[in-house]
Design a protein around this ligand. Structure first.
Ligand SMILES: [Zn+2]
Length: 235
């Protein structure tokens, strides 16, 4: 009976270590996911600013085209001046020139506004791109560190798993599955020490008869309160 309990205690130690390794792994993976989510969030902002920049640049180019067309129009209308014969026609052409000049000034004013917007947008974009570069750098540096840690952890896990397999094969299947059931249901503690008649898994007192049987050490005892398998330290 002592041998089985010794095996169970060793098994529990290995399983606790494996659980701890899995917890640490999950923590590292979560950290990388958070970094990646942050990187994606900023990337989306950069993409959005680039799309806005594209629209503004197209609008700016359109306005530049309009200004050119308006200048052509002024030249074209002005070229008609020498051929004018009546006062009425002269007034009409002057009015047309005046309108074309106003339209041109108007377009140039719009270009000034557009270019101010472009300058501001490019500054925003520059700032976000810098932020993105910083987080990408941090993310890949951390990824490299975590990859190393996890590779180390995988080696440890594989070694512990081998130990676990060799311990488990010496235990009867029914006892092993009972142990596993309790281990997963009882927060990773299936085998509990008894001190001064109390189970340290749940801190409840054992009935005196059971305590006596435990002392005799002939059979494995389960705590009647938490069902954990019990052992006592031998003097
Ligand atoms: Zn208990």
């Amino acid at each position: 009976m002592h041998e089985k309990m010794t095996l169970l205690r060793e098994l529990q130690e290995v399983d606790q270590e494996l659980t701890e390794l899995a917890t640490v792994r999950a923590k590292h993976e979560g950290e990388l996911q958070d970094l990646s989510a942050e990187e994606n969030r900023i990337q989306e902002m950069v993409d959005e600013l680039n799309a806005q920049l594209d629209v503004l640049q197209k609008e700016d180019a359109q306005l530049q085209q309009e200004v050119l067309a308006e200048r052509d129009q002024i030249v074209k209308v002005e070229s008609r001046l020498p051929e004018i014969q009546t006062q009425k026609e002269y007034v009409a052409v002057l009015k047309e020139i005046d309108m074309a000049k106003k339209a041109s000034l108007d377009s140039q004013a719009k270009i000034t506004v557009k270019e101010t917007e472009l300058t501001e947008l490019m500054a925003d974009l520059d700032e976000k791109q810098t932020e993105l570069d910083a987080i990408s750098e941090k993310s890949s540096a951390r990824q490299a560190e975590v990859d190393k840690i996890l590779a180390e952890s995988d080696k440890t896990c594989a070694a512990r798993q081998t130990t676990r397999d060799s311990l488990a094969k010496d235990l009867p299947n029914s006892l092993l599955s009972k142990y596993q059931r309790i281990f997963s249901r009882r927060g990773g503690l299936a085998v509990a020490r008894v001190v001064e008649g109390a189970c340290l898994g749940c801190n409840m007192q054992l009935p005196p008869q059971q305590y006596n049987r435990l002392h005799q050490g002939n059979e494995l005892q389960s705590c009647p309160h938490c069902n954990r398998l019990l052992y006592m330290d031998r003097q």
